[in-house]
Design a protein around this ligand. Structure first.
Ligand code: HEC
Ligand code: HEC
Length: 284
């Protein structure tokens, strides 16, 4: 029996047991605080071969978990967001500057930024993620130490920056100078890793909406990242999530911040181009 079949069979059994759970085909709408309307379903771009419609991970969660995202007072990411907000104006490093010293108003300077990252950076001659851009400002502009790529400070800052784009459609560029990285990300997405010989696509494309044990498989979209995971009780950086998924296939994983994961992040983001930035989302 192939692994895919195994997953499908396991899925079928679990579907019967969890028949009342939310499904990607339901038509529930995510409207945050009764006013910010989220796009949780969108036709993919032609360059995404294996996927016609992109769904936010929110659509695959049960109604209790969905509800935690409807109202910011229910969203457990609030504490991490407050910490991110505090570090925006916290002076650090040899230049005696904070983020606010240069960027001033968070809302005005960061609106729309999260929606277009990862993005090509001309000066660096590379695709930069939001996290690598933030660390670049810390080391080059502030004379401060880089934050741990998927650590608490970074994740809190990413959350607070992402919030300024909440509701806006993800719109990463996949052509021009970013194209090579995008192709590399696509290749990684379809490569089978580990003892289980599973690719991202085996689970998140072939088996999305099926169950793997008790987990309702989503498409593995990243419009909700950083995401608050109820399992770990904290905000999780997107590449940390990739790491966890690869580890589940019993494979050696790439490091957060590595060229491979940056390429993968760009590619996965493009699979969800058009979905609303939803970070910080609430996930299992
Ligand atoms: C000394 C001034 C300075 C400080 C301090 C600074 N930045 Fe920047 N930042 C810049 C400049 C200049 C750019 C644009 C050029 C570039 O891409 O590096 C930028 C770009 C950015 C971008 C990308 C914006 C876009 O439109 O693509 C982000 C995100 C960012 N900074 C976040 C931060 C954060 C978070 C901090 C604090 C941890 C910070 N910056 C501190 C000067 C600064
Ligand atoms: C063995 C199956 C499996 C493989 C292979 C796998 N994942 Fe996952 N992934 C899961 C499960 C289970 C979850 C939790 C339920 C969900 O959100 O789909 C998950 C969740 C995710 C999420 C969180 C989605 C959200 O909205 O919260 C992302 C992102 C993700 N995976 C990306 C990837 C990437 C990229 C790869 C390839 C490097 C990968 N996954 C490989 C099983 C897998």
């Amino acid at each position: 029996m192939t692994t895919t079949k195994l997953l499908k069979t396991a899925g079928l059994v679990a579907v019967l047991a969890y028949a009342s759970s939310a499904s990607a085909q339901d038509d529930s709408q995510l409207v945050i605080n009764g006013e910010i309307e989220m796009i949780t379903e969108v036709a993919t771009q032609d360059y995404i071969g294996g996927l016609k419609t992109a769904y936010s991970g929110w659509r695959f969660r049960n109604s209790d978990m969905q509800a935690m995202q409807l109202d910011d007072f229910e969203n457990p990411a609030a504490i991490a967001v407050d910490e991110g907000l505090a570090s925006w104006s916290k002076v650090d490093g040899s230049e005696g500057k904070s983020c606010a010293s240069c960027h001033e108003d968070l809302e005005a300077s960061m609106a729309g930024v999260r929606a277009v990252y990862p993005k090509w950076n001309e000066e660096a001659g590379a695709v930069m993620t939001l996290a690598s851009q933030i660390n670049n400002c810390r080391t080059e502009q502030m004379g401060a130490e880089a934050w741990k790529y998927d650590g608490t400070e970074m994740t809190g800052m990413e959350a607070v920056i992402s919030l300024q784009s909440r509701g806006m459609p993800v719109n990463v560029a996949v052509d021009g100078p970013a194209h090579d990285a995008w192709l590399k990300g696509e290749e990684i997405y379809y490569t089978r890793y580990g003892q289980l010989e599973l690719s991202c696509a085996n689970c998140h494309e072939d088996n999305a909406d099926n169950y793997i044990r008790a987990d309702h498989l989503s498409q593995g979209q990243i419009n909700g990242f950083p995401a608050f995971r109820l399992k770990t009780g904290g905000l999780v950086q997107v590449q940390n999530r990739f790491k966890g998924c690869i580890r589940d296939t019993r494979a050696e994983t790439f490091k957060p911040g590595s060229e491979e994961f940056v390429a993968l992040e760009l590619y996965v983001a493009s699979r969800g181009n058009g979905l609303s930035v939803e970070a910080p989302s609430v996930r299992p």
